[in-house]
Design a protein around this ligand. Structure first.
Ligand code: XIL
Length: 361
């Protein structure tokens, strides 16, 4: 109890709150044999100690939101900078937290030199890919045992958000243009060769909901995975980002069937970036809004856990720092701050927190 009181105080909650305070998600998940975590930014550690304490209390797993992306780690060719990532690693070690690496190969957060290099032919592209992994994986070997080796390889169908014309199932990214579909296999094989016991994960979004676009993307992802596994390519897990949207329907059955198919292929399935974008027209009042978000979280996480996911990470913990509040591509047009994470912008628990706790128990 004393420890919980200290945590409540550190999290800026009134001391009296601790008596009723429920056990943090971290422990609730662990007691049920599952893992809960969240993405974190290194600035929080420097400027927001109360929020950092909340991460320590609530999350067993941390994903660096930016610090392990290519532009952070290798801003110039051959110059590696682990400063920001190391701050998160040190925090995680201090609080006995595990880390997920995110993301080695992705079409965003690419420094300009990398974009240029990928246009200089396949040998050059393969060279920079291997050199990045050669530097990053040994340096993080002791602390990061699960990496998103490839992030978002699948194309969105025409007519969806960020559509890609045509029927090619692979995203026409700079990596794809340089190396074709093989870039995924090259990255996975190279990672395995460098570190045989590292968990290799492919991470993807837009595959969760009950829409034709999501169904197309599920089929496309399954196709890529079958191709890789048929060729004996190493791969251990699939990360499902789960940036959910209340304006789209969710149904447990097709999603659970998809997770089951992944698991039948011998892959672990993790929820890696859960957050919930609210409806275009908001219900009146915070209580109604939070109830809608919580209901979707309950439905989704129950379906995921029921289908065999053991790990759930949110993309941040509090609305204070969510990309949903800051990123023009996903922020609301009306300027209202979305309430799509388990804590509000004053770090108070919301019904989504209870929904996550229940679903993980
Ligand atoms: C986002 C970050 O949250 C933003 O701060 C950044 O500007 C862009 O990237 N899918 C991913 C994450 O895999 O890396 C993205 O993170 C969100 C979508």
């Amino acid at each position: 109890m004393r420890r919980r009181a200290a945590l409540a105080l550190a999290a800026g909650l009134p001391a009296c709150a601790f008596a009723q305070a429920e056990v943090p998600l971290r422990q609730q998940a662990r007691q049920a044999g599952r893992g809960f975590g969240a993405a974190i930014r290194s600035e929080i550690l420097a400027i927001d100690p109360v929020y950092a304490a909340l991460y320590a209390a609530e999350a067993e797993i941390l994903t660096p939101e930016w610090e392990a992306k290519w532009e952070a780690l290798q801003p110039e060719e051959g110059r590696f900078d682990h400063t920001a990532l190391n701050q998160i690693i040190a925090f995680a070690q201090q609080h006995q937290q595990r880390l997920r690496g995110h993301a080695l190969i992705w079409h965003q957060a690419m420094p300009p030199w990398l974009t240029t290099a990928l246009e200089e032919g396949p040998a050059r592209a393969r060279g920079v890919l291997e050199a990045h992994l050669n530097a990053v994986l040994p340096a993080t070997r002791a602390t990061i045992r699960d990496w998103d080796v490839v992030n978002e390889p699948i194309a969105n169908p025409p007519g969806s958000d960020n559509p890609q014309p045509g029927n090619e199932s692979m995203r026409q990214s700079p990596w794809f243009r340089a190396l074709g579909r093989d870039y995924v296999e090259i990255a996975l094989r190279h990672a395995r060769a460098l570190d045989p016991t590292l968990r290799l994960t492919i991470n993807e979004y837009g595959v969760e909901e009950a829409t034709p676009d999501a169904a197309t993307k599920r089929t496309r992802l399954l196709g890529l995975l079958r191709h890789l596994l048929d060729r004996g390519c190493p791969l251990d897990a699939v990360g499902i980002q789960a940036h959910l949207q209340l304006r789209r329907p969710f149904e447990a059955e097709p999603f659970a069937r998809f997770v089951a198919e992944l698991r039948e292929m011998g892959l672990a399935v993790l929820i890696t970036e859960l957050d919930i974008r609210e409806a275009d027209a908001l219900p009146t009042g915070l209580a109604a809004r939070d109830a809608a978000v919580a209901a979707r979280a309950a439905q989704f996480v129950s379906a995921a856990i029921g289908a065999g996911c053991r790990t759930v990470l949110c993309w941040g913990l509090s609305d204070r720092d969510s990309w949903l509040a800051k990123e023009p591509a996903v922020a609301r047009a009306d300027g209202v701050v979305t309430r799509g994470l388990p804590f509000d912008d004053t770090l108070r628990r919301k019904p989504m927190w209870d929904a996550l706790a229940r679903a993980m128990r």
